[in-house]
Unconditional design. Structure first.
Length: 248
């Protein structure tokens, strides 16, 4: 396993954004990385755009059939050569020193799992001003009340957290399910409270649908966390309050 960062990006019909997303990685001040883009049978020009880049650190992997973001990330994990795993969605953007600062933070705290603050952005990538702050430490119990660990901010040390815990389940909100699984196993997530990521959202994205988000979090409480109905209700209310508060 090399002392490098493996960046995993699931790609599906991302032609509008993927060039900017690749450039946000290539422009990083931390240069010791490999960029693994896993195409999930895109029907647009995503692969052509990816292949137009000549940087040897870029690797395009093609899924044999459309299997969803979780399986794409798992395929990227299986292809990764680096000790450190960083996730990035195909439409999100990083500040140029994101990897450098996050890796330094991870090593400083001897952590296996770190994440950062982020800002919501519109479809053009322009920040909306709505920023999410993150706590210094999050354990499983705290995570149940606050889903502020955003996928494109995460970095994991594979020498501290094994791949079987990082592997994502094939379900909605697979990323949150994975963070909870890691934390439930006794690990701590360390938060770098700096806005280093822009979370690009369209008006019609899944995460923009509030009712759908509520159904997903309820299923996570019951299926992943294994909570009783009363306990699920308690944490659901805490989550709802926190979700509103962090956007104020």
């Amino acid at each position: 396993m090399r002392e490098t960062i493996s960046i995993i990006v699931p790609v599906y019909n991302a032609e509008r954004f993927i060039k900017d997303t690749i450039n946000t990685v290539l422009n990083q001040t931390e240069k010791n990385f490999e960029l693994i883009l896993v195409d999930d049978c895109s029907k647009d020009s995503s692969c052509e755009i990816i292949n137009s880049f000549s940087d040897g650190r870029i690797c395009l992997v093609k899924q044999p059939e459309n299997r969803g973001a979780a399986e794409a990330r798992n395929r990227g994990l299986s292809e990764a050569n680096g000790r450190y795993i960083a996730f990035l969605d195909a439409d999100d953007l990083w500040e140029k020193d994101k990897l450098e600062k996050e890796l330094r933070f991870l090593k400083l705290n001897n952590a296996g799992f770190v994440f950062t603050g982020y800002e919501f952005a519109d479809e053009t990538g322009k920040g909306t001003g709505a920023k999410v702050k993150v706590p210094f430490k999050t354990d499983f119990k705290k995570a149940l009340n606050n889903t502020n660990i955003f996928t494109s901010t995460v970095m994991i040390d594979r020498e501290k957290i094994p791949d079987f815990l990082i592997k994502m389940p094939n379900m909605k909100s697979e990323d949150t399910a994975t963070w909870w699984t890691i934390l439930k196993a006794g690990h701590i997530a360390y938060g770098l409270n700096e806005v280093l990521v822009k979370y690009r959202r369209s008006a019609h994205s899944l995460s923009s649908n509030k009712f759908e988000a509520q159904k997903r979090i309820w299923r996570l409480y019951r299926k992943v966390a294994g909570l009783s109905v009363p306990a699920s209700c308690f944490h659901f209310c805490c989550w709802a309050v926190t979700a509103v508060w962090r956007r104020l």
